[in-house]
Design a protein around this ligand. Structure first.
Ligand SMILES: Nc1ncnc2c1ncn2[C@@H]1O[C@H](COP(=O)(O)OP(=O)(O)OP(=O)(O)O)[C@@H](O)[C@H]1O
Length: 232
């Protein structure tokens, strides 16, 4: 089976330009693969490099060694060397990222925040809003809040809007950074269901989940990043 994500020997060192160019090696030798329909959870202590690896896969952090092969329609692209324009293309049609916090655009209604990724990819506003409504409903966001911007929502409500926005697209790769951190048990269970549905659709996922119970519910494989820590 061709992996959706194939990382070989990837490494990242930060150069602190404001501190006389000090070099801060974070990870090295990062090597793992993620197949379609599989959820790999990254584990390891705080500071081991889990978020950095997720950001490398999303192209936010540029690798300075190794390869991050991403299966993108018709080809395998190396994100470690891809041009910024290509990274943006890959994000639009291949890789979704559910960050820990919602970066809400001011004055945009929650339903439109959630529907936007589908509209950008060509779906009509009416159809996209219908899909957004279904997801908000499943995530227990009451309908009276849908027309309000999420800026004043509680932390857990904002996270659920963020999850709905991340899960609404039919992208083949999804990166999840602590998707259940501020959720109650009922909504954590909804996220576990959403992840299971994505697996059935063949989506490849990489997740960071601190909650042991959720980790075991969603992980097909756990990759301990401790061995990739550059300081190890
Ligand atoms: N942009 C950056 N500039 C400088 N150092 C960074 C940057 N991003 C991360 N680091 C450093 O890389 C190391 C790994 O951080 P990272 O956030 O990847 O760890 P983590 O395993 O996700 O930790 P946690 O579980 O606490 O979120 C840390 O020492 C951090 O300070």
């Amino acid at each position: 089976m061709t992996a959706m994500i194939d990382i070989t020997d990837a490494g990242k060192t930060f150069t602190m330009h404001l501190q006389g160019g000090i070099e801060l090696p974070v990870v090295r030798g990062v090597t793992f693969r993620v197949n379609p329909g599989e959820c790999v959870v990254l584990s390891g202590p705080s500071g081991a490099g889990k978020s950095s690896i997720l950001k490398m896969i999303f192209g936010n952090y540029r690798c300075d060694s190794g390869r991050i092969g991403i299966r993108h329609p018709g080809q395998v692209v190396d994100l470690a060397t891809a041009e910024p324009r290509q990274v943006l293309n890959i994000r639009r049609s291949t890789i979704g990222y559910v960050s820990q916090f919602l970066r809400a655009v001011p004055r945009v209604a929650s339903i439109d925040v959630v529907a936007e990724p589908l509209i950008v990819n060509g779906m009509s506003r009416t159809d996209a809003q219908a899909r957004a409504g279904e997801l908000l409903h499943r995530l227990n966001i009451p309908e009276r809040l849908w027309q309000l911007p999420p800026a004043t929502f509680s932390g857990g409500e904002q996270q659920r809007v963020n999850i709905a926005r991340g899960f609404i697209s039919d992208l083949p790769i999804l990166l999840l950074d602590e998707p259940t951190a501020s959720l109650d048990a009922v909504n954590r269970a909804v996220v576990v269901e959403l992840v299971a549905e994505k697996k059935r659709q063949g989506v490849a996922m990489v997740a960071i989940v601190h909650d042991d119970e959720i980790r075991h519910l969603i992980a097909d494989r756990i990759v301990d990043v401790t061995s990739f820590a550059a300081a190890a």
